[in-house]
Design a protein around this ligand. Structure first.
Ligand code: 1PR
Length: 531
């Protein structure tokens, strides 16, 4: 079948396109407003903020045709912000009118104990029978958003599924042939592909009236803790792009860069084994300019053809002037990655520079990579990769930094330490501590923290729980625990002793010491919610 995609050039719609191709369909883009009305099946993947989406639709003259298509009950599927766009407006972009199909306003998640944005795999409670969920077996689906459609009388006829995250919100709507999901089916693994398949193959509903038989699961849904596989990528001495792995960031063994496999193949293996997310870090990105480093773009393009869980890319997200004088903003670099299949970008060194600049003036410039990318793609697309190392001190006073008393004393028996932020893969230190960094990054618009630890990296000795707990206490955005996992029990520790939202590992997975399945079994056996 020919599926029409409403791609207005805002971000990663490659994943939706790839999912449709994988399901055997041909994808065409909307080229004129008329295409919106005449398309047989229309998919609208919303990317970016509510205001940005509506602005682009207005600009291209798509608002009226969309309203008409929906009024005429022609097959329509909206994803993420596209569900929100069906409403009259959103707290995210006050004063910007939505499509106005459903009465009411989209609102921000309440400040609770839970991290905002909601990033991860959550359940749904189906409210009525729907062909879209034929064969669906209560699997968790992937969500990433800070704003949601509240359950209210105006949504009653539309509610297809509800989800709990601090409050109950509308996670899917359907009326006749018009449907929209807050979750991302194209990023929800095999369960998501099945739902997309159902949308594409279901016959048209003759009328917009639906049978309102409440079906199943009214049990509260819970977000799962995520298990992430990380691939540190760089060129080896023969010039091949390889997955490598360091010990405390030293990736050479006997003078040569360790080679643990090919990025695209390894990523696919981890997807098949049940990884909730895959992260690629171009670890020499501070040196090589990524826009000229085509292999990383290619890695993303190829990976996203077969991997239907979220992909993060880090390394070299910063502004750059090439030798021919062409200037690239960090937004240009990030956009190239989003277009190639990334869902999130991870900023390392440049976040440290941005925070140092902010702390000097106390003023946002709007020009940092964090601000620029967050503004266009939303906070949830901006991860900060932190590379801290412990600085031990005998006395906690007068360091000018947030110091903790540690259960692991330093080499001279020091009982206190602070965490110094580094740049260029730990090659240079800074006078910034990890708490200053993460708090300021959140203020500048970051949506998630990937918390490495140089002291722990590659040691197999377990995560630095003191570091993770401290960072978690200082931000409300999700935190990914990273560095040091050596066995499944270490993941259990991370989730039982800290409030980490996800845990990431590299070495143990690459060396096949522990599988993702074993990690998940151990975590689940400990009573932690898992996918
Ligand atoms: O500074 O924006 O160009 O980004 C560079 C990125 O590359 C940063 O995210 C930085 O963490 C990463 N990086 C730079 N050098 C290295 C290195 O290893 N020499 N890798 C490096 C950092 C850390 C983790 C690792 C975990 C888990 N890798 O991501 O995968 O520690 O490892 P484990 O489970 O084996 O212990 P920029």
């Amino acid at each position: 079948m020919v599926v029409t995609l409403l791609d207005y050039g805002a971000g990663n719609v490659r994943s939706v396109r790839n999912a449709l191709v994988k399901l055997g369909h041909t994808v065409e883009n909307v080229k004129t407003p008329e295409d919106i009305v005449t398309a047989e099946k229309l998919i609208f993947p919303g990317v970016g903020s509510f205001g940005l989406v509506m602005h682009r639709l207005q600009e291209k003259g798509y608002v009226e045709p969309l309203q008409r298509r929906i009024r005429e009950n022609k097959p329509f599927l909206g994803i993420c912000v596209a569900l929100q766009a069906l409403f009259e407006g959103s707290e995210e972009s006050p004063g910007v009118p939505g499509l106005g199909i459903i009465a009411g306003q989209v609102v921000r998640f309440p400040e609770t104990q839970l991290s905002v944005p909601q990033i991860g795999w959550n359940g749904i409670k189906l409210q009525k029978e729907s062909k879209l969920f034929t064969g669906y077996d209560n699997e968790k689906l992937y969500f990433v958003h800070s704003f949601h459609a509240p359950v209210c009388p105006a949504t009653k006829d539309w509610n297809l599924a509800l989800t709990d995250y601090g409050c109950e919100f509308v996670s899917a709507v359907e009326k006749g042939n018009v449907s929209a999901f807050q979750f991302h089916p194209e990023k929800s693994g095999k369960a998501g592909l099945k739902i997309l398949h159902n949308f594409l193959t279901s016959e048209k509903n003759a009328s917009s009236v639906v049978v309102n038989t409440v079906r199943q699961n009214s049990k509260k849904t819970q977000i799962a803790k995520r298990i992430i596989a990380c691939l540190d990528v760089r060129s080896n001495d023969a010039g091949d792009l390889v997955v490598t792995k360091g010990d405390q960031y030293d990736v050479r063994s006997d003078g040569l860069v360790r080679n643990l496999g090919k990025p695209v193949e390894l990523a696919r293996r981890y997807y098949e084994e049940g990884a909730d997310e895959i992260t690629f870090l171009n670890i020499t990105g501070f040196r090589d300019f990524p826009m000229q480093d085509q292999p990383m773009i290619e890695v993303l393009e190829k990976t996203s053809e077969n991997v239907f869980v979220p992909l993060t890319i880090g390394g070299g997200i910063r502004e750059f002037t090439a030798s021919d004088g062409t200037s690239y903003t960090s937004l240009d670099v990030a956009s190239a990655y989003f277009r190639s299949g990334a869902d999130k970008v991870s900023i390392g060194s440049d976040a440290v520079y941005a925070v140092l600049e902010y702390l000097q003036t106390g003023k946002k410039t709007g020009k940092s990579s964090i601000e620029q990318i967050s503004q266009v793609y939303g906070a949830q697309a901006v991860v900060i990769s932190v590379d801290p190392r412990r600085i031990y001190v005998k006395d906690p006073v007068d360091t000018g930094h947030v110091v903790i008393e540690t259960a692991t004393p330093g080499p001279g028996g020091e009982k206190y330490c602070w965490y110094q932020c580094t740049v260029k893969g730990g090659r240079e230190g800074s006078d910034l501590d990890v708490v200053q960094l993460v708090k300021t990054c959140q203020l500048l618009g970051a949506g998630e923290i990937l918390l490495n630890c140089i002291d722990k990296d590659g040691t197999n000795s377990g995560f630095d729980l003191e570091l993770i707990a401290m960072v978690k206490n200082n931000v409300s955005i999700p935190v990914i625990a990273s560095s040091g996992a050596g066995k499944a029990a270490h993941f259990v520790d991370a989730f039982q002793h800290t409030a980490a939202d996800a845990a990431l590992a590299a070495g143990i997975f690459h060396r096949e010491e522990v599988t993702i399945k074993e990690v998940k079994e151990a975590v689940q056996a400990a009573g932690v919610e898992i996918r």
